[in-house]
Structure formats: C-alpha cells, structure tokens
Design a protein around this ligand. Structure first.
Ligand SMILES: [Zn+2]
Length: 646
C-alpha cells in the first residue's frame, strides 16, 4: 500500500511465484481449543498469583500489504516484527493464529518504477516480493500467508467483492476533475496541497486530470461508520488516532472513485474492461484473498461471510502505519459493509521511525537499511530493540549506540550473563546437576514470587500490544535474579559455608536457573532465537513450549537431578566492535565525554565503579577467569563506561 518512501534498486528479475509454504495449511479447521492447565501446573499454582488473562481462540493479524515501488525499508520491517511478536504470543497461548502479510503490486507508480528499471511490471513485482520474503526470513518472521495482489486468487476475489458492492447499488459512473498525485495515487483536496497544487506529502506538483470513473457510494455508510468509531472505542487505536479519524468522518464522507481509465497495470473491471480497479479498492481486499490458498478456484462463489469466518475473518487487528489510516478506518469498513462482510475488530496505527532524531530520507542519506541491520546484528537484537524501545503506537528513534547499549544491557548482561554465571557455579559446585526441583522451593521464595507476579502482567501487555511494557515486565524477573545473586552471594556459601549454608547456596542456583528459564518463555515472542538457546543451554526441549505450561514456576522441565553438562556459553553474543550502521559517525558515536553535565558524569562514574566491582567479584569471589563470558562482558562494560568519560 502506498507509503511515502521512494527508493529503487536494481534486481535481477525472475518469474514464478516463490511463496513460503503456509504454516497454516488447514485454514478451514479452526477447531483447536485452548490448552488447559496441566496437573503439573495446578500443583504449583500459588494463591497469590493472578491468573494469566484468557486469550481468544482465534487470532488473525495483518500487516499492511507493502507497496512494491521500492525495496523494503525499516518502516515496513517494524510493523511486520510487531505482527510476528503478536502471532508468536498467541500461538504460544494455543490460539489458532492467522498472520497475513504480502505485497500490493498494481498501479501507476509500480508501472513507472518497473519502466525505470527496464523491467516489465510483473518482473519488477516478482523481484520486490522476493526481497520482502527474504527480509522476513532473515528477521524470523513466521507468517501464515503472503498474499500478492497479482495472484489470480486475489484478482478473482476483488471481482467478487466489486460485483457484490455493485449489485448493492453502491457503484456509479461520474466525471471527475481534480488534482491527482501519482505518488499518493489519489485525487487531493485543497487541504492536502499548497497553493501551487503541490502534494503536502510528496512536495511535488499534482496533475490536473479529468476522467470518467466509477465511484463507490461511501456517503451511504456515513451513519454506520460514524457510530462504529464513536461506539467502539478500540476500533481505531491508539486513542490519539481515533480522534483524528472521527474528525474526518464527522466532516462528512464523500464517495471515492474506485477505478482509473488510464492505468493499464491493474485489474480490469469485468463489467467495463476499459477501466482498472483503483489500487486501494484492489489492495484492501488482499486481507480477504490472503485467507485462500493459491490453488482455490471456486472463490467467486465461495467468498461468503460464513466461508470467510471459517478462514479467520474478521481480523482481530490490522497493524498499519498512521499515514494509511483513512483507507483502513474509513474506506475499508464502507466497502465491507456494502459487501455484507464483517468488519475487522481493530485498526492499529503505529508511529514513524526516525534515526538519530531525524526523519529518515534518501535526501538526508540516513535511511536505515533493515537488511544491513539484521545481517550485522541478528534478528533477535533488531526485534528486541524496536519492541522494547518504542512504545507501540508512538514515534520511535533508532541510534546505533542506543541500540547496542539497550540490547547488550538487557539481553547479553541481565539475562545472558545471569545464566552463564549461575551455570558456571553449578558446574563447579554441584557437578552440573540440579540439587533440587524449583517446585520444591518455598512458595514465598523471592524469585518464585517474582515469576508468579510478572507472568500475568507480561501476558496482559502483549494482549494490549504494549510490547515495550511486556519486555520490561519480563526483565523484572532477571533483574530480581541478578539482585538475588548479589544479596545471597552463593559463591561465599559454597566456598566456606556450613553444610546448611552450602545447601541454601545450591538451592539459590536452582531458583535463578528457573527464573531465567521462565524469562526465556516470556521473551520467546520477541527473541525466539535467544529463548531457544537458553533452553538448549539448560538442556531442555524448546519445541512444544507453551505459555500455560512453561511460564509457570516449576513446570518447565527443570527438576532434581537434571544435568546441565554442556559447557556454559554466551547465549546472546554482545554487540561490539566497529559500527555497522553509523560508519561515518563512528568516531564520535561512543565518545561523548566532552559535553557531559556534572550529573551525567557522576552517573557514569558510578557505573564505572559498579562495573569494576562486578569484575572483581567475578574473579575473586566466583573464581572465574578472563576467558569466561561473564568476565569478558563485565570488562567490556567497564571499558565502555570509562570511554564515556572521555
Ligand atoms: Zn502525494
């Protein structure tokens, strides 16, 4: 769908659709029920724990269908990561998930982009669709359906919906004269242009055009759309966007043209092949055609409301950029109402990303390339940063320094090192074998209580799409784990304690390992590889992990006599060395010592001292050497903190 970035790349063309096999191959059978508590889990259920909020049985989420006028950029990766996180969360909770993404491939802009590259439109689209699929694979995006609006099933579905709307008396032909922006692929109102008729978004002159088009009678649905947005406060989210949409609707809905006379790269209207269907009327229907498999040919008769329901419609949420809100929150409901189909439950408009505080753009030369980012740092780091750092719905910023700082601090240190240190102590003092089961630890154990308190909170945040809060709430557990280690200092008890103190120290290790294991489950929607590695390091099976079973204390497989014999390794590799993204500004990116305020300087000084104390502690008390991951990481932190002082 039309976005505002215009970049071209040269790619070799290829023919033939190359689609990822849908994970969701039995779309008709939405029969699997929610997983219920196991005996094991009930046994460990603590009265203080709040129940994990119930999840829906079915969950359909969509990303925008990305407009293939240009290569994928971070602005397309971002909502796709969010949709994948949601999908993974709901799958982990036993919901039947349908995760739809894809590409929007028709229209004048695509034709122009293809011509620029000396390709036919379909060659261009094939290459771009492949670029998207390849990036999704790098980013660990597990979609169920990748729809392309050039697929025959989609073209059939668009005709079906159009005919239904037509039969309902909602299509009419009229002359249209106005100012047309090719970038937006729409006629612009005076409010959307300056006095020289430049598009407010593209800052380029609009063309005056006059043509005969077919129009959709959106005005007929004024009352229904107005009350949809007024009565259903969650329909447009977050709430700040709702007011904007309500404002447009209250201004009075105007019919919009659904065809073009001079755009050959599109779906011809069956009743009048001299016209092709307008890109938005075409693309929005992709959310429906995505629910069909490629070889389904009886779609024209089949795309009924009840058939679509079987396949996962309506969507629980359309995740989109705030720039395409009008099409999703106003046009799309109108089309669906006319076609007699159910409306999506929610349209969620996410914010825009900036880089180092600046709007990204080709002219500024600061476009953040998601391929470079994920190739350089791995999928988990990229996924985690954008989910943890940007409150979903608000605008967010990327700076490579902040990216490294946050991801290193949270994933490499708080989680990774905690596991590493604890396993080293287990190896040295317990022959790598758990001396007791986490379930045997007292109900009021501080880490057990932390897990039982945080799990429902994390669940609620995921369901509310507050991904940053979900990450933070999960990290509360590892934070308590680190604090607990400092306070209990099990290495002291293990070295020179009484038998009773030795036993308590060993139990402390079990508690920490169990806490880290639960953190792995809670973070699995965001950092699937890290979670798998934590499980592998603990010598537990990650496949088949479920929220109901495995986010519960004592129910995830760690038990007395469980052996962790493999050598402890860094489950999350610290990100260090040369800057990958900010290569031109690398010299000063980590050197800010000159302009520090007294307050900042004192804070960094405290950080230096804290890091130095940790290094001493690891070496002197825990008996670790320079080659141990935990020591390497602590030394790296110490050096980084010192560097900040200049
Ligand atoms: Zn424009």
């Amino acid at each position: 769908m039309a976005t505002t970035t215009v970049v071209s790349t040269g790619l070799q063309a290829f023919r033939g659709l190359h689609l990822q096999k849908p994970l969701y191959s039995h779309v008709r059978g939405f029969s699997k029920s929610l997983r219920t508590c196991t005996d094991k889990q009930q046994r460990t259920w603590h009265p203080r724990a709040r129940p994990t909020p119930a999840v829906p049985e079915r969950f359909t989420v969509t990303t925008p269908l990305y407009y293939v006028n240009a290569s994928p950029h971070m602005g397309s990766a971002y909502p796709t990561i969010a949709a994948d996180v949601l999908s993974r969360f709901y799958r982990l909770n036993g919901s039947e998930v349908r995760f739809v993404t894809g590409t929007d491939e028709h229209g004048e802009k695509i034709e122009l982009a293809a011509t620029d590259r000396g390709l036919s439109p379909i060659e261009h689209c094939d290459a771009l669709a492949m670029e998207y699929q390849s990036l999704w694979s790098k980013l660990d995006i597990k979609y169920d359906s990748f729809v392309r609006t050039t697929q025959p099933k989609h073209e059939r579905l668009v005709q079906t919906v159009l005919n239904r709307v037509w039969d309902n008396g909602d299509i009419y032909k009229a002359d249209y004269k106005g100012w047309y922006c090719v970038g937006c692929e729409e006629y612009k109102d005076d409010a959307d242009m300056d006095e020289d008729h430049n598009c407010a978004i593209h800052r380029k002159p609009c063309e005056e055009r006059e043509e005969e088009n077919y129009f959709f009678r959106l005005s007929k649905y004024q009352d229904q759309i107005e009350s949809l947005i007024e009565d259903n406060t969650a329909f447009v989210s977050p709430s700040s966007r709702r007011n904007e949409v309500l404002g447009w609707v209250k201004d009075g809905l105007r019919d919009f043209s659904i065809s073009r006379a001079s755009v050959p790269w599109g779906i011809p209207i069956a009743k009048d092949p001299s016209q092709t269907i307008y890109v938005w009327f075409d693309a929005l229907n992709g959310y429906l055609s995505a629910l069909y498999s490629e070889d389904e040919t009886d779609l024209a008769e089949d795309a009924s409301a009840s058939d679509l329901k079987e396949r996962g419609w309506p969507a629980a949420v359309h995740i989109i950029g705030k720039d395409i809100l009008r099409f999703h929150a106003v046009y799309w409901p109108g089309m669906l109402l006319s076609a007699g189909l159910e409306l999506p439950k929610q349209v969620f408009g996410h914010g825009f990303l900036t880089k180092d505080g600046l709007k990204m753009g080709k002219s500024l030369g600061n476009v953040l390339d998601p391929v470079a980012l994920v190739d350089g740092y791995g999928a988990d780091a990229v996924r985690y940063y954008f989910m943890r750092e940007v409150p979903f719905g608000q605008d967010g910023d990327f700076s490579e320094e902040r990216f490294r700082n946050i991801v290193n601090a949270n994933l490499a240190n708080d989680v990774g090192n905690l596991l590493n240190r604890t396993l080293n102590l287990l190896k040295k003092n317990c022959d790598s074998t758990l001396p007791c089961s986490p379930a045997d630890l007292p109900d009021d154990h501080v880490l057990r209580a932390a897990v039982e308190a945080q799990v429902p909170i994390v669940s609620q945040h995921f369901q509310d799409m507050k991904f940053h809060e979900a990450c933070t709430a999960a990290l509360v557990i590892s934070g308590k784990g680190n604090q607990f280690m400092e306070e209990v200092a099990p290495w002291t008890g293990l070295k020179k304690g009484t038998d009773e103190e030795k036993e308590a120290a060993k139990q402390a290790l079990v508690a920490v390992l169990e806490a880290v294991r639960v953190v792995a489950v809670l973070l699995a929607p965001v950092t699937p590889t890290l979670s798998r590695r934590i499980y592998e390091q603990l010598e537990l099976e990650f496949d088949g992990v479920s929220w109901a079973q495995d986010a519960a204390w004592g129910a995830g497989g760690l038990s007395k006599d469980h052996a962790v014999t493999s050598k402890p390794y860094a489950v999350f590799q610290r990100m260090e060395g040369d800057w990958i993204i900010d290569t031109s500004s690398g010299d000063d990116a980590g050197d800010v010592g000159g302009g520090l305020s007294d307050e900042d300087r004192a804070a960094i000084q405290a950080e230096v001292e804290r890091c130095a104390a940790l290094v001493r502690d690891l070496k002197e008390n825990q008996g670790l050497g320079n080659a141990d991951e935990a020591v390497k990481a602590a030394v790296a932190d110490l050096l980084a903190a010192k560097a900040k002082l200049g």
